[in-house]
Structures are given as structure tokens and as C-alpha cells.
Design a binder for this molecule. Sequence first.
Ligand code: IMP
Ligand code: MG
Length: 170
Amino acid sequence: MEKDLLISRKSIQDRVKELAAQISSDYEGKEPILIGILNGAIFFFADLVRELSIPIKIDFIRAFSYGSAKTSSGTVRLTKEVEIPVQGKPVILVEDIVDTGLTLKNIIKAMELKSPESLRICSLIDKLERREATVIVDYCGFQIDEGFLVGYGLDYDEKYRQLSEIYVLR
Ligand code: IMP
Ligand code: MG
């Protein structure tokens, strides 16, 4: 499948550093738990946490959304749960891309049941075109209007995740 370069390695690195600086400043004196949402967020997560200048803990969850390739049904099952206790702790969920917002909305609902002190969202990409659920992305890497992106963790049918730059599929 043809793909065009959209975001270079350098742009990703620069933006990740800016986000990390912002998070480090906002959470000064705290020890947030950063929770990466597998699989898509792995590279973003790994790069982001290593740029933080505050103490943190890390953990991961994995969500399986039902629905066809095109539509997100909004029903989400966690196939890997968070293992560090988050009750009373500041939590930051780290996602690869927010599209309709339905997946994240359900993950937020599940996470809120665990009564964290606070819950914020950090997403590499905020794709606005198909938003259905209101999800506030507190820390956003890049906003795009439309298009299907691959690379740097983002997949099409589980392919392209390993690319170090972000492409748009034609
Ligand atoms: P949502 O429930 O529609 O927000 O779905 C978000 C999930 O769909 C993301 O975590 C991705 O796994 C996938 N997704 C949405 N848009 C893209 C894209 O452009 N490239 C790769 N995956 C995408
Ligand atoms: Mg995903």
C-alpha cells in the first residue's frame, strides 16, 4: 500500500520533548503513574517517559475494542489490566491516537472506577474528523483533521508499527 511521510522522526522527537517538559512542570512534586495503552502507544510511551524529569511509575493496559475495521463500536474489553494500585494517585493515560473517542471514553470510565486522585490523557495524535465521544486530550502531540496514519506504533492490520516516522496511507 502507498504511504506518504507526514511527521518526521525529528518532529516527533521535538514534540515528545515539549510534551515531557509540560508534564514534568505540571506534576512537579508529584509522582504520577503513566499508563500506556498497548500496543499502539509503545514507542511514544517509551520516548515520552524517558524525557520526564520527575519521578514516575509506569504500567500498561491493553484494550480490545469490538467492531469492524472501520467503526469503533464503543464496547471495550480490557485484556490486560493495570497492576500498580492507582487509588488516590495521579494517573496519566498515554494513547497513540484518539479518533471517534469511544475507546478512550470507555477506558476512562473503567479507570475512574479505581478512584485515582486525578486522571489526564496524553495522546500522540488527536484526529478530529470522526469524533463522537467528548474526550479531552490534556496533552496532545499532533492534531490532524483526517487520514489513516501508520508508523511509530500506529498500525494498519497490525502492520507498519515498527516504522520510526508517521505516514498517511493512501
Ligand atoms: P476510537 O475509539 O475511534 O477513538 O479508536 C481509537 C483506536 O483506533 C486507536 O487506539 C487506534 O488503535 C485506532 N485508530 C484510529 N485511527 C487510526 C489511524 O489513523 N491509524 C491507526 N490506528 C487508528
Ligand atoms: Mg490503539
